[in-house]
Design a protein around this ligand. Structure first.
Ligand code: MUC
Ligand code: MG
Length: 367
């Protein structure tokens, strides 16, 4: 299982429905397909989604760091030497989605070599997760229409509402319209992507108090250190750290300092190996987690569901596994489908990422 080649292939697939949120927007999925080849002819795959507003990575930087730094460091190691792989990757700071795609591609190789699904190797708790859908910025009536469509077509009954606009009262009105239209049985939570000040966030939380929200995520910047702790202390619902908790050390800092009370686990930024460390930290500290989404395509979503379904604590809450529904196309031979509000892992060896060569040829940007 010696690593003999690593490819970082940029591709671009437009969104049918762009997602807008406080820190940015996504109109085209300009991601990087990462493929790791072994001397026995196995190929592990994963995708890296550049999110400059969250990690500083771009599509070009992901390709460059893999081609110029990571590939030369990893060639010759085997898929069983993941700790050694991570030691080498960690000599370079940052670049979380590039590192994570490499980690997950190695797990894909392990699964294929063992003839077993990666989700089973990771923990094998269940074979599916309930799906949560993100509702991006739009006029309130459009947000309601989108949530109703997603519920009616896909059976999804958990929605993460993007907030963080100015004035904050527009977001409060949108959340109220969603609750009134969808009724009490739907789970609603909010994600501010650091858009509000702590004082606006506190006002918004008070005005939203009767809506029965499940969580609040990253309402204001983590760098507003004292203001953020002040905000979290008065929140009556768990306060999820996302952008502020992208490594095990940041998770420790955010939780122990009282700046967050729950964690978003994203395989796109911590792969499988480091996501397990984060998950075990949260379990040990008695903190809830949500499987988040880095606005992944179908490949990244398969990785998220493989990890989430593998662990009891990661599958308690619905996982954010539906962003791919807004894309015009994807690379998999057999597209993912959400059925009755749930997404299943792929049975079979590895991660089950079977890439359609014609689609890859159509969307890749390096030829
Ligand atoms: C999310 O949960 O915030 C948007 C920005 C980012 O870093 O992730 C997405 C979704
Ligand atoms: Mg978030």
């Amino acid at each position: 299982m010696k690593i003999v080649g690593i490819e970082a292939i940029p591709f671009a697939i437009p969104y049918a429905k762009p997602l807008r949120f406080a820190s940015g927007e996504v109109r085209i999925a300009e991601h990087v397909l990462v493929r790791v080849h072994t001397d026995e002819g196995l190929t592990g795959s994963a995708e890296a989604p550049p999110r400059p507003y969250t990690y500083g990575e771009t599509q070009e930087s992901i390709v460059a760091v893999i081609d110029k730094i990571f590939a030369p460091q990893l060639l010759g190691l085997t898929a069983l030497e993941r700790a050694a792989v991570h030691e080498r990757l960690d000599r370079t700071v940052g670049n979380p989605t590039a590192k994570s795609a490499l980690d997950m591609a190695l797990w894909d190789i392990l699964g294929q070599a063992a003839g077993m699904p990666v989700s089973g190797l990771l923990g094998g708790y269940t074979d599916r997760m309930r799906v949560s859908h993100m509702v991006g910025f739009a006029p309130a009536a459009e947000m309601v229409a989108e949530a109703e469509r997603i519920r009616d077509v896909h059976g999804i009954t958990t929605f993460k509402v993007k907030v963080g606009r100015h004035p904050y009262t527009d977001d409060v009105a949108a959340c109220r319209a969603l609750r009134e239209a969808l009724g009490p049985d739907v789970d609603l939570y909010i994600d501010g992507n650091r858009g509000w000040s702590a004082s606006d966030a506190a006002r918004a939380l008070r005005e939203l108090a009767d809506l029965g929200l499940t969580f609040a995520e990253e309402l204001c910047p983590a760098d507003d250190v004292l203001a953020r702790r002040w905000l979290v202390r008065q929140s009556t619902i768990p306060f999820i750290a996302d952008e502020s908790a992208t490594t095990p050390a940041e998770v420790t800092r955010e939780l122990l300092s009282g700046a967050a009370t729950a964690i978003s686990v994203k395989t796109a930024r911590t792969g499988f190996s480091t996501s397990q460390r984060v998950l075990h930290q949260c379990e040990g500290l008695g903190v809830e987690v949500v499987m988040g989404n880095q606005i992944d395509g179908q490949i990244g979503t398969l990785c998220s569901v493989a990890f989430g379904a593998a662990h009891r604590s990661a599958s308690v809450h619905a996982g954010e596994l539906s962003n791919f529904l807004d894309m015009t196309d994807d690379l998999l031979t057999e597209p993912l489908t959400v059925e009755s509000g749930t997404l299943r892992i792929r049975e079979g060896a590895g991660l089950g990422i079977d890439i359609d060569p014609e689609k890859l040829a159509r969307y890749r940007q390096d030829r």
